[in-house]
Write a protein that binds this ligand. Structure first.
Ligand code: SF4
Length: 201
């Protein structure tokens, strides 16, 4: 399975699920509270996204990547790191005028986050109640992620997972392909392991 196939298949599965359950998501163009959150993706998804980035988007990744990696190195052991980051309202570098600038190529994690509830509850300060984000679409996205991890393990002998902007920055700055070299680079940056750090398995 390729990331492109995983993206397409998840979109088809989601459309089918929502139609069968008669669920209409309240997610709309111009509604972007979830784009303040940390997004995790695998190396394969990152490599599939990179060729579609504009020069301006690449520049933003190169500018913001080191900052996000440093933040992760400081906060990766802290229980509330993702929620504090979310509340900081730091927009995804691909958010352009309130719209996703990489929409056809956005990660599975972005595709699987849907709600049929009040969009005001998606805001960082709102503390969305349990079940606000639809659990079944998220599980469907997770299954596609796991299929991609299997493919990545076949291709590289290991799987690399991490925060999207930091990972894209590492790929743009020639992250090695060998597991040991990847781990050495991540360790040197202080972002390997811990509660929220990069994972290699
Ligand atoms: S990739 Fe697109 S959908 Fe995902 S967080 Fe960034 S702007 Fe939002």
């Amino acid at each position: 399975m390729t990331p492109e196939e995983a993206w397409r298949d998840l979109d088809l599965d989601l459309a089918d699920y929502l139609a069968k359950k008669a669920i209409t998501p309240s997610c709309r163009a111009g509604c972007f509270a979830c784009c303040f959150g940390l997004v995790t993706l695998s190396r394969l998804e990152g490599e599939a996204l990179l060729p579609h980035l504009t020069e301006a988007q690449k520049e933003r990744v190169l500018k913001e990547g080191p900052w996000r990696l440093a933040l992760l190195a400081q906060g990766k052991e802290q229980k509330d790191f993702p929620s504090r980051f979310f509340r900081s309202r730091t927009p995804c570098p691909f958010l352009e005028g309130g719209l996703c600038g990489v929409y056809p190529h956005r990660p599975l994690a972005c595709r699987g986050l849907l709600t049929a509830g009040d969009p005001a509850l998606c805001a960082p300060e709102a503390l969305a109640p349990e079940g606000h984000f639809l659990p079944a679409p998220w599980r469907m996205a997770r299954r596609r992620m796991e299929a991609l991890w299997e493919e990545e393990a076949r291709r590289y002998g290991h799987v690399l997972l991490g925060e999207m902007v930091g990972l894209l920055y590492l790929l743009l700055t020639r992250l090695p392909k060998e597991r040991k070299e990847v781990e050495t680079r991540l360790k040197a940056l202080g972002v390997l392991g811990g509660r929220w750090g990069f994972e290699v398995f």
